[in-house]
Design a protein around this ligand. Structure first.
Ligand SMILES: [Zn+2]
Length: 345
Protein backbone atom coordinates (compact mmCIF):
# COMPACT_ATOMS: atom_id res chain seq x y z
CA UNK A 1 0.00 0.00 0.00
CA UNK A 2 2.81 2.35 0.88
CA UNK A 3 4.20 1.66 -2.56
CA UNK A 4 0.90 2.52 -4.16
CA UNK A 5 0.76 5.75 -2.25
CA UNK A 6 4.27 6.66 -3.30
CA UNK A 7 3.37 5.78 -6.89
CA UNK A 8 0.30 7.94 -6.71
CA UNK A 9 2.25 10.87 -5.38
CA UNK A 10 4.96 10.37 -8.00
CA UNK A 11 2.31 10.45 -10.70
CA UNK A 12 0.89 13.47 -9.05
CA UNK A 13 4.26 15.23 -9.17
CA UNK A 14 4.80 14.25 -12.79
CA UNK A 15 1.31 15.49 -13.59
CA UNK A 16 2.34 18.77 -12.02
CA UNK A 17 -0.28 18.69 -9.29
CA UNK A 18 -2.49 19.30 -12.11
CA UNK A 19 -4.23 22.39 -11.36
CA UNK A 20 -7.23 21.99 -9.16
CA UNK A 21 -10.25 21.43 -11.35
CA UNK A 22 -12.08 24.65 -12.05
CA UNK A 23 -15.33 25.68 -10.50
CA UNK A 24 -18.20 24.22 -12.49
CA UNK A 25 -21.73 25.49 -13.07
CA UNK A 26 -24.35 26.23 -10.43
CA UNK A 27 -24.31 24.00 -7.34
CA UNK A 28 -27.02 23.15 -4.82
CA UNK A 29 -27.09 25.57 -1.88
CA UNK A 30 -24.30 25.11 0.63
CA UNK A 31 -22.09 23.01 -1.59
CA UNK A 32 -18.65 24.42 -2.23
CA UNK A 33 -16.00 23.65 -4.80
CA UNK A 34 -12.36 22.94 -3.98
CA UNK A 35 -11.31 26.07 -5.81
CA UNK A 36 -13.68 28.26 -3.78
CA UNK A 37 -12.39 26.69 -0.56
CA UNK A 38 -8.77 27.30 -1.50
CA UNK A 39 -9.50 30.95 -2.26
CA UNK A 40 -11.65 31.54 0.81
CA UNK A 41 -9.17 30.09 3.29
CA UNK A 42 -6.05 30.91 1.31
CA UNK A 43 -4.90 27.34 1.50
CA UNK A 44 -2.80 25.04 -0.57
CA UNK A 45 -4.73 22.33 -2.39
CA UNK A 46 -3.38 19.43 -4.40
CA UNK A 47 -5.45 17.39 -6.78
CA UNK A 48 -4.37 13.92 -7.79
CA UNK A 49 -6.23 12.92 -10.94
CA UNK A 50 -5.08 9.30 -10.69
CA UNK A 51 -6.54 8.52 -7.29
CA UNK A 52 -9.19 11.28 -7.54
CA UNK A 53 -7.94 12.49 -4.18
CA UNK A 54 -7.81 16.07 -3.04
CA UNK A 55 -5.37 17.13 -0.32
CA UNK A 56 -5.50 20.48 1.44
CA UNK A 57 -3.19 22.00 4.01
CA UNK A 58 -4.79 24.31 6.56
CA UNK A 59 -3.24 25.49 9.85
CA UNK A 60 -0.60 22.74 9.59
CA UNK A 61 -3.39 20.25 9.19
CA UNK A 62 -3.59 17.89 6.25
CA UNK A 63 -7.11 17.23 4.97
CA UNK A 64 -7.72 14.47 2.44
CA UNK A 65 -10.85 13.51 0.62
CA UNK A 66 -11.68 11.30 -2.33
CA UNK A 67 -14.26 11.78 -5.04
CA UNK A 68 -17.05 9.26 -4.57
CA UNK A 69 -16.48 8.94 -0.83
CA UNK A 70 -18.28 10.68 2.02
CA UNK A 71 -15.28 10.27 4.32
CA UNK A 72 -12.66 12.94 4.86
CA UNK A 73 -9.52 12.32 6.88
CA UNK A 74 -7.61 15.06 8.66
CA UNK A 75 -4.49 14.64 10.78
CA UNK A 76 -6.67 14.12 13.80
CA UNK A 77 -10.13 13.22 12.64
CA UNK A 78 -12.01 10.89 10.41
CA UNK A 79 -15.10 12.78 9.41
CA UNK A 80 -18.20 11.25 7.83
CA UNK A 81 -19.99 13.82 5.65
CA UNK A 82 -23.65 13.91 4.68
CA UNK A 83 -22.84 13.09 1.04
CA UNK A 84 -19.88 11.99 -1.07
CA UNK A 85 -17.53 14.41 -2.82
CA UNK A 86 -18.35 14.57 -6.51
CA UNK A 87 -17.15 16.22 -9.69
CA UNK A 88 -19.18 18.64 -11.74
CA UNK A 89 -17.83 20.13 -14.97
CA UNK A 90 -14.38 19.17 -13.74
CA UNK A 91 -14.72 20.82 -10.32
CA UNK A 92 -14.53 18.83 -7.08
CA UNK A 93 -17.63 19.64 -5.04
CA UNK A 94 -17.93 19.19 -1.28
CA UNK A 95 -21.29 18.69 0.46
CA UNK A 96 -22.80 21.52 2.58
CA UNK A 97 -21.55 20.17 5.93
CA UNK A 98 -17.91 19.86 4.84
CA UNK A 99 -16.88 23.42 5.62
CA UNK A 100 -18.38 23.43 9.08
CA UNK A 101 -17.05 19.98 9.94
CA UNK A 102 -13.52 20.70 8.80
CA UNK A 103 -13.01 24.46 9.08
CA UNK A 104 -15.67 25.48 11.59
CA UNK A 105 -18.22 28.29 11.19
CA UNK A 106 -16.46 31.49 10.10
CA UNK A 107 -18.07 33.48 12.91
CA UNK A 108 -16.64 31.21 15.61
CA UNK A 109 -12.91 31.31 16.31
CA UNK A 110 -11.38 28.09 15.07
CA UNK A 111 -10.00 27.08 18.45
CA UNK A 112 -13.31 27.49 20.25
CA UNK A 113 -15.05 25.47 17.63
CA UNK A 114 -12.53 22.66 17.89
CA UNK A 115 -12.73 22.64 21.67
CA UNK A 116 -16.52 22.57 21.60
CA UNK A 117 -16.64 19.83 19.04
CA UNK A 118 -14.23 17.67 21.00
CA UNK A 119 -16.61 17.09 23.85
CA UNK A 120 -18.84 15.07 21.56
CA UNK A 121 -16.13 13.55 19.49
CA UNK A 122 -15.92 10.07 20.97
CA UNK A 123 -19.08 8.49 19.70
CA UNK A 124 -18.67 4.76 19.88
CA UNK A 125 -16.05 2.45 21.35
CA UNK A 126 -15.79 -1.28 20.74
CA UNK A 127 -14.85 -2.99 24.02
CA UNK A 128 -13.43 -6.44 23.42
CA UNK A 129 -13.38 -9.00 26.22
CA UNK A 130 -10.76 -11.55 25.12
CA UNK A 131 -11.48 -15.26 24.60
CA UNK A 132 -14.81 -16.79 25.77
CA UNK A 133 -16.82 -20.00 25.41
CA UNK A 134 -14.65 -22.90 24.32
CA UNK A 135 -11.56 -20.66 24.56
CA UNK A 136 -10.84 -20.00 28.25
CA UNK A 137 -7.67 -17.98 27.56
CA UNK A 138 -5.02 -18.29 30.23
CA UNK A 139 -5.77 -20.46 33.25
CA UNK A 140 -4.20 -19.27 36.46
CA UNK A 141 -3.92 -19.87 40.16
CA UNK A 142 -6.85 -21.91 41.55
CA UNK A 143 -8.25 -22.41 38.02
CA UNK A 144 -8.93 -18.68 37.56
CA UNK A 145 -9.90 -18.26 33.91
CA UNK A 146 -8.84 -15.26 31.84
CA UNK A 147 -12.16 -15.27 29.92
CA UNK A 148 -14.15 -14.71 33.14
CA UNK A 149 -11.87 -12.01 34.54
CA UNK A 150 -11.78 -9.99 31.32
CA UNK A 151 -15.53 -10.22 30.66
CA UNK A 152 -16.29 -8.71 34.05
CA UNK A 153 -13.70 -5.93 33.60
CA UNK A 154 -14.97 -5.22 30.06
CA UNK A 155 -18.53 -4.87 31.41
CA UNK A 156 -17.27 -2.37 33.97
CA UNK A 157 -15.42 -0.44 31.25
CA UNK A 158 -18.66 -0.37 29.24
CA UNK A 159 -20.58 1.10 32.20
CA UNK A 160 -17.88 3.73 32.74
CA UNK A 161 -17.90 4.82 29.09
CA UNK A 162 -21.69 4.95 29.05
CA UNK A 163 -21.63 7.12 32.17
CA UNK A 164 -19.41 9.51 30.17
CA UNK A 165 -21.94 9.56 27.31
CA UNK A 166 -20.03 7.24 24.99
CA UNK A 167 -21.84 4.40 23.22
CA UNK A 168 -20.22 0.99 23.65
CA UNK A 169 -20.41 -2.13 21.54
CA UNK A 170 -19.18 -5.26 23.32
CA UNK A 171 -17.65 -7.92 21.07
CA UNK A 172 -19.09 -10.38 23.59
CA UNK A 173 -21.31 -9.74 26.58
CA UNK A 174 -21.83 -13.39 27.42
CA UNK A 175 -19.98 -16.64 27.76
CA UNK A 176 -20.21 -17.23 24.02
CA UNK A 177 -17.20 -17.81 21.82
CA UNK A 178 -16.67 -15.05 19.24
CA UNK A 179 -14.03 -15.46 16.53
CA UNK A 180 -11.23 -12.95 16.19
CA UNK A 181 -12.47 -12.17 12.67
CA UNK A 182 -15.94 -11.25 13.96
CA UNK A 183 -14.41 -9.04 16.62
CA UNK A 184 -12.56 -6.96 14.04
CA UNK A 185 -15.64 -6.84 11.79
CA UNK A 186 -17.54 -5.19 14.64
CA UNK A 187 -14.90 -2.47 14.70
CA UNK A 188 -15.23 -1.86 10.93
CA UNK A 189 -18.16 0.55 11.10
CA UNK A 190 -17.79 4.22 10.18
CA UNK A 191 -19.11 5.47 13.52
CA UNK A 192 -16.74 3.42 15.69
CA UNK A 193 -13.86 5.55 16.94
CA UNK A 194 -11.76 3.23 19.09
CA UNK A 195 -11.14 -0.42 19.85
CA UNK A 196 -10.15 -1.43 23.40
CA UNK A 197 -9.32 -5.08 24.00
CA UNK A 198 -9.03 -6.51 27.51
CA UNK A 199 -6.87 -9.57 28.24
CA UNK A 200 -5.03 -11.09 31.20
CA UNK A 201 -1.49 -12.42 31.06
CA UNK A 202 0.08 -15.75 31.93
CA UNK A 203 3.60 -17.01 32.38
CA UNK A 204 5.32 -20.24 33.39
CA UNK A 205 7.12 -18.21 36.03
CA UNK A 206 4.76 -17.44 38.89
CA UNK A 207 6.84 -14.39 39.68
CA UNK A 208 5.93 -12.63 36.40
CA UNK A 209 3.58 -9.74 37.22
CA UNK A 210 2.39 -6.33 36.15
CA UNK A 211 0.20 -4.58 33.62
CA UNK A 212 1.09 -3.91 29.99
CA UNK A 213 -0.59 -2.20 27.08
CA UNK A 214 -0.10 -2.89 23.37
CA UNK A 215 -0.64 -1.02 20.12
CA UNK A 216 -0.14 -2.26 16.59
CA UNK A 217 3.48 -2.69 15.50
CA UNK A 218 4.84 -2.19 11.99
CA UNK A 219 2.89 -4.31 9.52
CA UNK A 220 4.52 -6.35 6.78
CA UNK A 221 3.18 -6.51 3.26
CA UNK A 222 1.66 -9.89 4.08
CA UNK A 223 -0.07 -8.43 7.14
CA UNK A 224 -1.63 -5.73 4.99
CA UNK A 225 -2.84 -8.32 2.52
CA UNK A 226 -4.33 -10.57 5.21
CA UNK A 227 -7.75 -11.97 4.28
CA UNK A 228 -9.54 -10.56 7.30
CA UNK A 229 -8.01 -7.16 6.81
CA UNK A 230 -9.13 -7.11 3.17
CA UNK A 231 -12.64 -8.20 4.18
CA UNK A 232 -12.80 -5.40 6.75
CA UNK A 233 -11.48 -2.90 4.20
CA UNK A 234 -14.16 -3.93 1.73
CA UNK A 235 -16.81 -3.56 4.37
CA UNK A 236 -15.64 -0.13 5.45
CA UNK A 237 -15.25 0.99 1.82
CA UNK A 238 -18.86 0.15 1.05
CA UNK A 239 -20.07 1.85 4.22
CA UNK A 240 -18.15 4.98 3.21
CA UNK A 241 -19.42 4.75 -0.36
CA UNK A 242 -15.91 4.20 -1.62
CA UNK A 243 -15.47 2.12 -4.71
CA UNK A 244 -13.85 -1.05 -3.45
CA UNK A 245 -13.66 -2.60 -6.92
CA UNK A 246 -10.69 -0.46 -7.93
CA UNK A 247 -7.75 -1.81 -5.90
CA UNK A 248 -5.55 1.29 -6.28
CA UNK A 249 -8.24 3.65 -5.05
CA UNK A 250 -9.03 1.37 -2.15
CA UNK A 251 -5.34 1.21 -1.30
CA UNK A 252 -5.12 5.00 -1.11
CA UNK A 253 -8.22 5.17 1.06
CA UNK A 254 -6.88 2.44 3.35
CA UNK A 255 -3.53 4.21 3.59
CA UNK A 256 -5.41 7.27 4.76
CA UNK A 257 -7.19 5.24 7.43
CA UNK A 258 -4.06 3.34 8.42
CA UNK A 259 -2.03 6.53 8.77
CA UNK A 260 -4.79 7.85 11.00
CA UNK A 261 -4.78 4.69 13.10
CA UNK A 262 -0.98 4.74 13.43
CA UNK A 263 -0.96 8.43 14.33
CA UNK A 264 -3.06 7.72 17.41
CA UNK A 265 -2.59 4.16 18.63
CA UNK A 266 0.87 4.54 20.25
CA UNK A 267 -0.17 7.71 22.11
CA UNK A 268 -3.40 6.09 23.24
CA UNK A 269 -1.50 3.03 24.44
CA UNK A 270 1.06 5.20 26.30
CA UNK A 271 -1.76 7.17 27.93
CA UNK A 272 -3.52 4.01 29.14
CA UNK A 273 -0.25 2.52 30.42
CA UNK A 274 0.59 5.74 32.27
CA UNK A 275 -2.89 6.07 33.72
CA UNK A 276 -2.81 2.49 35.00
CA UNK A 277 0.71 3.01 36.40
CA UNK A 278 -0.57 5.93 38.48
CA UNK A 279 -3.99 4.67 39.44
CA UNK A 280 -3.53 0.92 39.97
CA UNK A 281 -0.96 -0.29 42.49
CA UNK A 282 0.77 -2.80 40.24
CA UNK A 283 4.04 -2.77 38.35
CA UNK A 284 3.81 -1.16 34.91
CA UNK A 285 5.37 -3.19 32.12
CA UNK A 286 4.84 -0.25 29.77
CA UNK A 287 3.33 0.34 26.36
CA UNK A 288 4.64 -1.78 23.47
CA UNK A 289 4.06 -2.51 19.79
CA UNK A 290 2.72 -5.97 18.86
CA UNK A 291 1.09 -7.69 15.92
CA UNK A 292 -1.90 -9.26 17.69
CA UNK A 293 -4.71 -10.19 15.27
CA UNK A 294 -7.22 -7.73 16.71
CA UNK A 295 -4.67 -4.91 16.56
CA UNK A 296 -3.44 -5.50 13.03
CA UNK A 297 -6.89 -6.15 11.51
CA UNK A 298 -8.76 -3.17 12.92
CA UNK A 299 -8.73 0.04 10.90
CA UNK A 300 -9.25 2.41 13.82
CA UNK A 301 -6.98 3.36 16.75
CA UNK A 302 -6.75 0.24 18.90
CA UNK A 303 -5.13 -0.88 22.15
CA UNK A 304 -4.93 -4.17 23.99
CA UNK A 305 -4.59 -4.10 27.78
CA UNK A 306 -3.13 -7.06 29.69
CA UNK A 307 -4.56 -6.36 33.13
CA UNK A 308 -2.20 -8.60 35.12
CA UNK A 309 -1.01 -12.21 35.40
CA UNK A 310 -3.55 -14.85 36.41
CA UNK A 311 -0.52 -17.09 37.06
CA UNK A 312 0.90 -14.80 39.74
CA UNK A 313 -0.67 -15.67 43.14
CA UNK A 314 -0.91 -12.08 44.34
CA UNK A 315 -2.33 -10.76 41.07
CA UNK A 316 -4.73 -13.70 40.72
CA UNK A 317 -6.17 -12.79 44.15
CA UNK A 318 -6.47 -9.14 43.09
CA UNK A 319 -8.04 -10.05 39.74
CA UNK A 320 -10.78 -11.95 41.61
CA UNK A 321 -11.52 -8.86 43.70
CA UNK A 322 -14.42 -6.65 42.55
CA UNK A 323 -12.87 -3.44 43.87
CA UNK A 324 -9.61 -4.12 42.01
CA UNK A 325 -11.49 -4.92 38.79
CA UNK A 326 -13.40 -1.66 39.13
CA UNK A 327 -10.18 0.24 39.70
CA UNK A 328 -8.74 -1.22 36.50
CA UNK A 329 -11.89 -0.37 34.53
CA UNK A 330 -12.05 3.18 35.90
CA UNK A 331 -8.42 3.81 35.05
CA UNK A 332 -8.68 2.37 31.51
CA UNK A 333 -11.78 4.44 30.73
CA UNK A 334 -10.44 7.65 32.28
CA UNK A 335 -7.10 7.29 30.49
CA UNK A 336 -8.81 6.79 27.12
CA UNK A 337 -11.09 9.80 27.67
CA UNK A 338 -8.21 11.98 28.87
CA UNK A 339 -6.19 11.09 25.79
CA UNK A 340 -9.08 11.60 23.39
CA UNK A 341 -10.01 15.00 24.73
CA UNK A 342 -6.40 16.16 24.97
CA UNK A 343 -5.52 15.07 21.44
CA UNK A 344 -8.81 15.75 19.71
CA UNK A 345 -8.81 12.31 18.15
ZN1 LIG B 1 -5.71 -13.30 26.22
Amino acid sequence: MARTLILVFCLFLVAGCASIPRTGGPKPAGEISAQELCRKYNIECRWDPVSQTITMFYLNKKIQGMVGSDMVVTDKNRIALSAPLYRKHGAVIFPPDFERAVFGPASVPQEDYVRGAQSGRLRKVVVDAGHGGKDPGAIGVGGLKEKDVVLDIARRVKKDFEAAGVTVVMTRDSEDFISLADRTMMASQPDVDLFVSIHANANKTRRANGIEVYYVGALSRDDKGEDQRLANEKKICSLYNMRSDIPDLRAVAMDMLYAYKCAFSPGLSDAVAQGLAHEVPRQSRGSKPERFFVLRNTLIPAVLVEVGFVTNPKEAALLKDNAFRQRLADSITKSVLRFVYASGI
